[in-house]
Design a binder for this molecule. Structure first.
Ligand SMILES: [Zn+2]
Length: 149
């Protein structure tokens, strides 16, 4: 597959173009509108490719999908992009944190291995501000120690 690397690079550019168009959209829009907008921004892309990127983004929870009355799916970038939950180990309180960089990293390393990323799971746990004083933080891992974490 001599074109594999170039194909993956194009794939990443197309995904970025789809996200860029959606982040500029004020509300839900159809795949065809997204497709036309990406084309207008000078990125050659097929409608089927737009659907594929939208499906992956929806699987990752970074795109919300609604169906209009005529059965057409409409898409919107979830506010804040990709988020992960950070949960307090003491009280269970959870806050949403931005996970865009983690997601981009996961896509990148998957692509370098020749994979198309379809799922990533990130679990973040800690101690919330209210409980930091009463529950001493876990001893941190010494710098440079391999094999931990
Ligand atoms: Zn807490």
């Amino acid at each position: 597959m001599p074109q594999a690397r170039g194909t993956r690079a194009r794939d990443t550019r197309q995904a970025a173009a789809v996200i860029a168009v959606m982040s500029a959209a004020p509300s839900f829009c159809g795949a065809r509108e997204i497709h036309d907008d990406v084309q207008r921004h000078g990125q050659a892309i097929g409608l089927a490719t737009v659907y594929r990127h939208l499906r992956v983004l929806a699987e990752h929870g970074s795109v919300e999908v609604v169906r209009s009355a005529d059965g057409q799916a409409r898409y919107r970038l979830r506010r804040g992009g990709i988020t992960h939950l950070l949960t307090c180990r003491v009280c269970g309180r959870a806050v949403e944190v931005d996970g865009t960089e983690v997601w981009e990293w996961a896509r990148q390393v998957a692509a370098e291995a020749g994979f198309t990323l379809t799922r990533h799971v990130v679990e973040l746990a800690g101690v919330c501000p209210e409980h930091t004083a009463t529950h001493a933080p876990l001893r941190s891992v010494p710098a440079g120690e391999p094999g931990l974490g």
